[in-house]
Design a protein around this ligand. Structure first.
Ligand code: 39S
Ligand code: MET
Ligand code: ZN
Length: 772
């Protein structure tokens, strides 16, 4: 029996990687400093796992930005626009140019597209393929990292993104071919890489094919068969570990069970039921080792040893202990680093902390579970088992989780609670009278630049170096400046700017009952950006209003309409670590009721427009289509519970980003928000087509300014996008706004860009007038 870790977090326990990368990009850290920090982080992970006693320690799970981009570099899949950079700059600078774009006196290239990694809040860079794309071994990072560990006497298990999943995650950038047909070109390069790893001494290689958790085609399955059959022929000595995670193998099970791989990994946290199917399948090859992914890599709850051991015993009875590995369910990339760093009883009470386990603790759980499974007689192990039992017992009996009033309120929900009083067409008339906005009303998505200064106030406040009063005064001043700025440049619907929020989800986690907050529980979201998901452990309720004072204050400063700003229930659920002792739908409805109360309070103090963001609604979709309807039904209902308590005259906005709407447009329409703002500028309004084809009835603000880039769009560019939108949608339904919030931008470019946006709207209006 072996312990197997699929991957480890890489940003550093104190976000060292973020800090050094951002310095390097600014020019205040050298390449050597950056590379050395990478080495330190890798070594510290390997050492930690080695000392803990992990048998299969991953390498090549480190990345300076993203593991899919790493694979693009490894396989030499570099889009043409980077050719000059490839020739003139270092590999590392080419890599960052692909990740972030590069604009200086010598170069001006855009970044590669970024999208969500399966159903996580991690984003990867989308490989770009052309017809007859050729590949070459361009970077030897997997081999170098293996040797790097070996130099420290640590023999690792290199982790590679499998060739089939790599192709499926990419996009055809020209018409006329299917990316899976590129396998023919990719495979020689892939085998060459494997050969070099074998030559360097690798005995085990983990190959990730998480596309096996998706609905794929027969042709894709055929590709899987080809790769893993050939691999076994070419490298008979090599131990190939095939992994997929985040969902069942489903109808790919028969294929994978027949593959000549050394070990097959199962995510038994996301899909426990497949275990029986596998053990009973007559095509299951008994020589294959099963890597049982029983320690959750996606959530932070302590493993339940008793249950896990029961599962192991069940498998043992059929295939024997020597055919079993105990593993993390997926890479621990999605877990925070180390629970031991958490010392703040106020935000993370001991009562909750004792139920948790972060990456470092999960490694320990794996090793302890192995000891228990093989019947160790160590006192230390017995003590850990006892502690584990106590924590679970104590959770069952805990009073901090359950709130009868909250449960009762969810139980009493009726369909009336998720419907507005009148239908949209009537509301629209009332709102037009009430709000008196011009045609092409302009607005923003909520956040304004989160400056270093604002963050340092919050940091000082949290360290008690700044009093609550002083902190609040500073925030008030920031809001005042933000409001005055928007008035000055002539925006129509204003926002307070969200400067009081560390993050749009963590902030609500801090205010709501039923959540705990970690101090160091950072998880990578993309590149150098991380989030600290709040920990939803109990029934959710809102002890006091959360945003009302700030929004009311902002509204008091202006006679223009100010938009209240909230995060929706589905997004709060999706971007938190949530309890697993009740259904997500139940938890989501509890959050929805808390937000509903906040919406009503905002209305009561005079906010005439209220935005409830749901950028994660699409990401929450189950990986397999058969589960979509069930999810969408409670997700839509939750949003409607949150937003339907207001009068017809109150305008409900919502916002979504990083999102294609094709398959879910009916459900988006069912949300029945008065206004939806979406990200469209990078795709030059292409994302709008689905709204047009669907004849989406409510108002829409298609983003006209790409906020992911510091580049300032010209008035004419924005106008052009608005012209395009005006041909597709009724003019009365169009809003003018950026793609998303401005928190990652700086003030200078934000000012110029928003001035241009207002100017473009004005030009559009005057053109309409002359036309009449
Ligand atoms: N949860 C979530 N998921 C999301 C998004 C989002 O906004 N939130 N947006 C999409 C894209 N993902 C994103 C994820 C993170 C960030 C982001 O900007 N994160 C910040 C951290 C934001 C934060 O929590 N800030 C805290 C802590 C800031 C901090 O680093 N403080 C310093 C001290 C600062 C000082 O004294 O100067 C420290 O702790 O060391 C605050 O403002 O209070 C970062 O990585 O830099 C942006 C987009 C999709 N998923
Ligand atoms: C990731 S969506 C962000 C919405 C939020 N209101 C903001 O502007 O930052
Ligand atoms: Zn957004």
């Amino acid at each position: 029996m072996k312990t197997n870790v699929l991957g480890y977090p890489r940003i550093g326990a104190n976000r060292e990687l973020k800090k050094v990368c951002e310095k390097y990009w600014k020019g205040t850290a050298t390449k050597t400093e950056l590379v050395d920090m990478g080495k330190q982080l890798k070594l510290s992970n390997w050492t930690l796992m080695q000392e803990a006693g992990v048998d299969l320690i991953p390498s090549n799970d480190f990345s300076f930005y993203d593991q899919v981009l790493d694979a693009s570099l490894t396989y030499g899949c570099i889009p043409k626009r980077y050719q000059e950079i490839k020739e003139k700059e270092s590999k590392l600078d080419l890599y960052f140019a692909m990740a972030r774009g590069l604009q200086n006196k010598d170069h001006d290239v855009t970044a590669m597209e970024m999208t969500k990694w399966f159903d996580t809040n991690y984003h990867y860079l989308v490989p770009e393929f052309k017809a007859n794309q050729d590949f070459q071994l361009f970077s030897l990072k997997p081999v170098e990292e293996f040797k790097e560990a070996l130099a420290h006497n640590i023999t690792t298990k290199p982790v590679l993104l499998g060739p089939v999943t790599y192709l499926l995650l990419g996009k055809e950038k020209e018409a006329g071919f299917n990316r899976i047909d590129l396998l023919h070109n990719l495979l020689p390069v892939f085998y060459n890489l494997v050969e070099q790893l074998v030559n360097a001494g690798a005995k085990y290689i983990q190959i990730d094919e998480p596309c096996l958790a998706l609905d794929i085609t027969d042709k894709d399955r055929q590709a899987i068969r080809k790769v893993y059959t050939e691999l076994a022929h070419k490298f008979p000595e090599l131990h190939v570990i095939l992994t997929s995670y985040f969902d069942c193998y489903g109808d790919n099970l028969e294929t994978v069970l027949q593959l000549p791989v050394h070990a097959l990994h199962l995510d038994l946290v996301r899909c426990s039921l497949q275990l029986d199917d596998i053990l009973n399948a007559d095509y299951f090859n008994n020589n294959t080792i099963l890597s049982l992914g029983l320690v959750d890599g996606r959530n932070i709850w302590k493993n339940n040893f008793e249950e896990t051991l029961a599962t192991i015993q069940k498998v043992e009875a059929q295939i024997g202990l020597d055919k079993i590995w105990i593993s993390s369910s997926c890479s621990l990339l999605h877990s925070p680093y180390d629970l031991d760093l958490e010392k703040n009883e106020e935000t993370l009470p001991f009562a909750v902390k004792q139920w948790l386990s972060f990456a470092k603790q999960k490694v320990d759980e794996l090793v302890t579970l192995k000891e228990l499974a093989i019947g160790s007689s160590s006192k230390d192990v017995a003590k850990k088992q006892e502690e584990n039992k106590r924590a679970h017992q104590n959770k069952k009996e805990s009073s901090v989780i359950h709130n009868a009033a909250v449960k009762a309120r969810v139980g009493l929900l009726t369909t009336d609670d998720s419907e507005r009083n009148s239908e949209f067409s009537s509301r629209q008339k009332i709102q037009k009278d009430q709000l008196k906005l011009p045609i092409y009303p302009t607005t923003t998505i909520g956040s304004f630049p989160q400056t270093k200064e604002v963050r340092s106030w919050r940091s000082k406040f949290k360290k008690n170096e700044l009093s609550l009063e002083a902190y609040n005064e500073l925030i008030k001043k920031e809001i005042e400046e933000t409001i005055h700025f928007q008035e000055k440049i002539g925006l129509d619907v204003l926002v307070h700017g969200e400067c009081e929020r560390n993050d749009m989800v963590e902030y609500f986690g801090e205010k709501l009952e039923g959540f705990a907050i970690s101090n160091f529980g950072w998880v990578q979201s993309y590149g150098s950006r991380a989030v600290k998901p709040p920990i939803l452990f109990g029934d959710v309720s809102r002890p006091v209003p959360m945003t009302v004072n700030w929004s009311a204050y902002a509204q008091s400063l202006s006679s223009k309409v100010v938009k209240g700003m909230l995060t929706g229930p589905v997004t709060i659920l999706q971007w938190s670590f949530v309890r697993n002792d009740q259904s997500r739908s139940e938890t989501c409805k509890q959050i929805a009721l808390a937000i509903r109360d906040e919406v009503k309070d905002l209305e009561e103090v005079g906010l005439q427009a209220i935005q409830v963001d749901e950028p994660a609604i699409r990401e929450g979709l189950p990986l397999r289509k058969e589960h979509w309807e069930a999810y969408l039904s409670w997700a839509v209902e939750s949003f409607k519970i949150a937003t339907s308590g207001v009068a017809d005259k109150t305008q409900i906005h919502t916002h979504m980003c990083y999102c294609e709407f094709n398959d879910i447009i009916q459900h988006i329409a069912n949300l029945d928000a008065d206004v939806i703002t979406i990200e469209t500028s990078r795709s030059k309004m292409d994302l709008l087509n689905v709204f047009v084809d669907f004849k989406y009835p409510n108002e829409i603000g298609p983003g006209v300014y790409d906020i992911h880039s510091p580049r300032v769009p010209e008035v004419s560019e924005i106008e052009e996008l608005l012209q395009k939108a005006s041909k597709l949608l009724p003019v009365d339904n169009i809003w003018v706004n950026p793609d998303c919030g401005l928190k990652t931008r700086d003030w200078p470019e934000t000012k110029l860009a928003l001035e241009n946006l207002v100017q473009a709207a004005k030009t559009m209006r005057s053109k309409l007038e002359t036309a009449h």
